[in-house]
Design a binder for this molecule. Structure first.
Ligand SMILES: Nc1ncnc2c1ncn2[C@@H]1O[C@H](COP(=O)(O)OP(=O)(O)OP(=O)(O)O)[C@@H](O)[C@H]1O
Ligand SMILES: [Mg+2]
Length: 512
């Protein structure tokens, strides 16, 4: 009997004749956590979709040996029955069903009469939430009542409920807060101690370093190397991923900060479902031409709501004034915003950023189509030229601009969304978690682009939950906590501790 729980041998998977992954091996021992690393589009998700039979046996080459026997699964149900459970990079929940219904989706509990037993499901789901240290979740509420981070944890609860022998986590923490991430890592360690193995995919390499026993790196669909984590560190992983050493993760560039061009005054937004609650509470700030203003805060602090309001996206009650070049402007909807020179890269790409089945290129040009119109007709050639230019500038990895954007790897979809929002030549650019799910090399490219835009005088408001990123590229940092402005710091000698203290509302330590 082999010492391995899982052996993937020589896996090759093609899409339309293009090899996404080629001849990849991956081995996992019982109770082992393997970190799977690689740049955007390297093939990590594809490899895991082969393993979990999202791509069924017969649609790829190579073999999978599971507990000593060849596995030829044709459906996710079969792999789940074998004990292989995957949590996908993009959430797969039914928003209008309750938390409990989602957890038991496809394996609903029934009573003696054969009817779905909601009380039992709710009780079991509640017990599970308690075990996962999320006692404040009401499992009878629809999943959409909770934000992205909580939804992600519910998805994880759902997976753990399936008694996995091997749990595959594909970018599980991109929507989680620091505390939620710690909870998750603790949970995985606990399950590992009971013999569960896992494959952990993340661009947050410190998480990989904290949880993985072994790290496998793939690049451009091929296997680069597998080493015990004890022989690696995050820098070594980066070098393997990008094929060269990266000394500086933040390409700071000098740029002039000019006059105030944008101002938000007394912005208040009320919750859409609970009209008594303020999600943004009387926030005012100014933004200068060429300035990079970072917005830090805990997840749920109201930063995204503020961005939505500024971009004409907020659906609930709202108050406050917006000024551009000293004149008050009305921003009733995103089209209004774009027309007046405000662009936004939204946090939730899947819901607001893309039309999944439309081509990569069409997604990029959709907000500026008028620019390519001649006599009511779209000049396809100049549109394609613009598309090619943006794809090259953002290094979007796609075989063709005609492919549906949904077929791109997560990070490459994000790069395409950034490209889309740059095409209108904004004066003010709002970026909400712009590097979520983006690999280190591509992050570097996005930072370079941000500095390039700043040099051209674009005012940039960048929301980010990654403090090193906020401190690495901002000129100034706003801190938002519970909807309120808790700090406005010049980013000189600013520390993570100071920002965090302001975010959680300890003004005595946060005093500027
Ligand atoms: N359904 C599909 N059709 C066509 N090409 C695809 C499809 N799914 C993935 N690909 C391609 O396969 C390659 C690998 O993609 P994959 O999603 O596995 O990357 P990844 O390593 O998970 O990247 P990321 O870190 O961005 O999530 C990419 O070039 C992608 O465009
Ligand atoms: Mg992926």
């Amino acid at each position: 009997m082999s010492e391995y729980l899982l052996e993937m041998r020589g896996i090759t998977k093609e899409f339309n004749g293009v090899k996404a992954i080629e001849n990849i091996d991956l081995k996992v021992k019982p109770g082992e956590c393997v970190g799977l690393c690689g740049e955007n589009g390297a093939g990590k998700s594809t490899l895991m979709k082969v393993l979990s039979a999202v791509y069924p046996y017969g649609t790829w080459e190579g073999s999978i040996v599971w507990e000593g026997n060849e596995l030829k699964a044709r459906s996710i149900r079969e792999t789940e029955e074998a004990g292989i459970v995957i949590i996908h990079q993009e959430l797969m929940m039914v928003p209008h069903l309750s938390v409990a219904e989602n957890i038991f989706l496809g394996s609903e509990l029934t009573n003696g009469m054969g009817f779905v037993d909601y009380d039992l499901m709710n009780a079991k789901a509640t017990a599970l939430m308690n075990r996962l240290k999320m006692p404040d979740i009401n499992v009878a509420l629809p999943v959409l009542a909770y934000g992205g981070g909580k939804q992600q944890l519910i998805e994880i609860a759902k997976a753990l409920n399936k008694n996995a022998k091997l749990l595959i986590l594909d970018e599980p923490t991109s929507a989680l807060t620091g505390t939620e991430t710690e909870t998750l890592l603790e949970l995985i360690k606990e399950f590992k101690a009971h013999g569960m193995a896992c494959v952990y995919i993340s661009h947050k390499l410190d998480e990989v370093a904290a949880i993985a026993d072994t790290v496998t790196v793939i690049r451009d669909g091929t296997h680069v190397g597998t080493h015990p984590m004890a022989e690696l560190d995050t820098n070594k992983i980066i070098t393997m991923m990008v094929g060269r050493e990266m000394k500086n993760l933040f390409p700071r560039e000098e740029h002039e900060v000019g006059e105030v061009i944008f101002e938000a005054k007394n912005i208040t937004c009320w919750d859409t479902t609970n009209p008594d609650r303020k999600v943004v509470d009387d926030v005012s700030f100014q933004l200068r031409a060429g300035e990079i203003l970072g917005v830090a805060g805990l997840v749920g602090a109201g930063r995204t709501e503020l961005a939505c309001k500024l971009f004409g996206y907020w659906k609930g009650d709202q108050q406050g004034k917006i000024f551009l070049n000293g004149k008050e402007i009305q921003v009733r909807n995103p089209a209004d915003a774009v027309r007046q020179g405000i662009s936004m890269v939204p946090e939730d790409r899947k819901r607001h950023g893309i039309i999944p089945l439309m081509g990569v290129g069409q997604n990029i040009t959709m907000s500026v189509l008028g620019r390519f119109a001649h006599n009511q007709l779209i000049d396809a050639e100049s549109e394609m030229a613009a598309i090619q230019h943006e794809i090259a500038r953002m290094q979007v990895k796609t075989a063709s601009p005609m492919l549906p954007i949904a077929s791109l790897s997560g990070g490459n979809q994000q790069k395409a969304v950034v490209a889309k929002m740059l095409l209108p030549d904004p004066k003010v650019l709002i970026l909400d978690e712009p590097t979520r799910g983006v690999d280190v090399g591509a992050k570097y490219e996005i930072y370079k682009l941000i500095f390039e835009l700043a040099k051209q005088g674009v005012a940039i408001l960048m929301i980010s939950s990654e403090l090193p990123e906020v401190l690495g590229i901002s000129d100034r940092v706003l801190v938002i906590g519970e909807g309120q402005l808790r700090g406005d710091f010049v980013n000189v000698g600013l520390s993570q501790e100071k920002v965090l203290a302001a975010a959680i509302g300890k003004p005595e330590t946060a005093a500027a």
